[in-house]
Design a protein around this ligand. Structure first.
Ligand SMILES: Cc1cc2nc3c(=O)[nH]c(=O)nc-3n(C[C@H](O)[C@H](O)[C@H](O)COP(=O)(O)OP(=O)(O)OC[C@H]3O[C@@H](n4cnc5c(N)ncnc54)[C@H](O)[C@@H]3O)c2cc1C
Length: 386
């Protein structure tokens, strides 16, 4: 008798149990992988949602190629709405401004509340230096990458034959932009002077010395000026003021000052590292809440301090994120992810040239660019399944 009652209870539980809500925030690299997996293999008993502040996700590896004119916008972008439609994921357009882990919901900028049972975060990073006076009003910020559409259009629209272009930041992104704009200005047959201004004493911080040397040689060949130890303190319509007291003029200013943490994690009460990135364990799981996971630039590993804010890691983490979300839903043991220390980095140097770094080796030229093009196009082809 008791057994039959127990059985009814179990059957009732199965029938009545609501599907679990898996909410993805941000359409970053790892989530692109997840959305494709959902298209290939739907997860029974799970409702899927994606909140993204943009309908499109742009692939940063091809961003410089787009600015230069090698790739069209369609070639470097994922249509998130379409991807979601083909994968049974409900797309919600909005920017998440708060995460309430206790009540398992997120708040959007529009004040809409989106509930979840399990949350996965892949929101990337913001651009540093946005608080420098005048940046918002006068500079073209390269992040979010969607900004590159207007940046390119306005650069092409520069009317003066001789224009001064300044790029703030000499990391890989700033350098790639400098080379791309130089190549584009040659196509436009304009005499555009490009200057890279940055606060450090060396370009390409974190790269090998021989990569830096090859890059400096190409910058010199392209007549791109480098101003090291020049920290920008404020900007007016045509003038840039440095902390040193120096002042330079510009007609077009690009802001490429490197990554900065999204304030969302700190303000939502998560454990964050010294820079404000959400701390996760080696299962890509928040150290505060076991039902919250993350990947890409927005996370910081409690164990692996060497992981950099580059897309390579977001891509490598994706299958682990996917696997661990499934395992968590099924109450199975999670799989440990150990990030690699070495990875191939290829900096686009304009005119279908690139500088490649792998384990201390630096190779520059057309072959490096071909390899970069092959890897980037393969990535787009693999995930543009819709
Ligand atoms: C110009 C440039 C070139 C680069 N080139 C390379 C390269 O060649 N190789 C490389 O490895 N790395 C490169 N990087 C670094 C690389 O772009 C990042 O490391 C990578 O994009 C991080 O991926 P992600 O998945 O963490 O997030 P992202 O790709 O940044 O995606 C995050 C997404 O989340 C959305 N989002 C953010 N906040 C919210 C929110 N609150 N609510 C909703 N949605 C939100 C964003 O709009 C975005 O679509 C480059 C960066 C730049 C700027």
């Amino acid at each position: 008798m008791i057994k039959i009652r127990e059985m009814f209870k179990i059957i009732k539980k199965i029938i009545m149990e609501k599907p679990k809500k898996l909410l993805l925030v941000g359409g970053g690299h790892a989530h692109i992988f997840l959305i494709k997996q959902f298209a290939l293999k739907p997860i029974p008993g799970v409702d899927l949602f994606l909140v993204s502040d943009s309908n499109y996700q742009y692939y940063s590896g091809m961003a410089a190629g787009y600015v230069e004119g090698i790739y069209g916008l369609e070639e470097i972008s994922f249509d998130l709405r379409k991807m979601c439609r083909h994968s049974g994921v409900e797309f919600i357009k909005g920017r998440v401004t708060g995460i309430d882990a206790q009540n398992r919901c997120v708040t959007l900028e529009s004040d809409e509340i989106v509930p979840f049972d399990i949350l996965s975060l892949d929101t990337g990073s913001d651009m540093a230096g946005g608080n420098v006076q005048g940046v918002v009003e006068f500079a073209w910020c390269i992040k979010p990458l969607g900004n590159l559409i207007a940046l390119r259009k306005n650069f092409i629209g520069l009317t003066a034959y001789e224009s001064q272009v300044v790029i703030a930041g000499a990391g890989a992104a700033g350098i790639e932009m400098a080379f791309a704009l130089k190549a584009l200005s040659d196509i436009m047959k304009k005499n555009i002077e490009i200057t890279l201004a940055h606060s450090g004493n060396l370009i390409l911080k974190g790269y090998h010395e021989n990569v830096r040397e090859k890059t400096m040689r190409k910058l010199n060949r392209d007549k791109i000026k480098v101003l090291s130890n020049h920290k920008i303190s404020s900007i007016l319509e045509k003038d840039i003021f440095m902390e040193s007291g120096k002042q330079i003029n510009y007609d077009f200013l690009i802001w490429a000052a490197g990554p900065k943490a999204n304030p969302l994690y700190k303000s939502s009460g998560f454990s964050v590292d010294k820079d404000g990135y959400m701390i996760v364990n080696s299962y890509l799981q928040s150290v505060d809440y076991d039902f919250i996971f993350g990947a890409g630039d927005c996370i910081s590993f409690s164990e692996f301090a060497y992981v950099k804010k580059v897309g390579v890691y977001a891509i490598r983490e994706a299958p682990y994120l996917y696997g661990n979300l499934l395992r968590f839903i099924r109450n199975e043991g999670l799989q440990r992810y150990i990030p690699q220390k070495n990875y191939l980095a290829i900096i686009s140097a304009g005119e279908k040239q690139a500088i490649m770094q792998y384990q201390g080796m630096a190779i520059s030229g057309g072959m490096s660019y071909k390899l970069k093009g092959f890897i980037d196009c393969r990535f787009m082809k693999k995930f543009k399944f819709y």
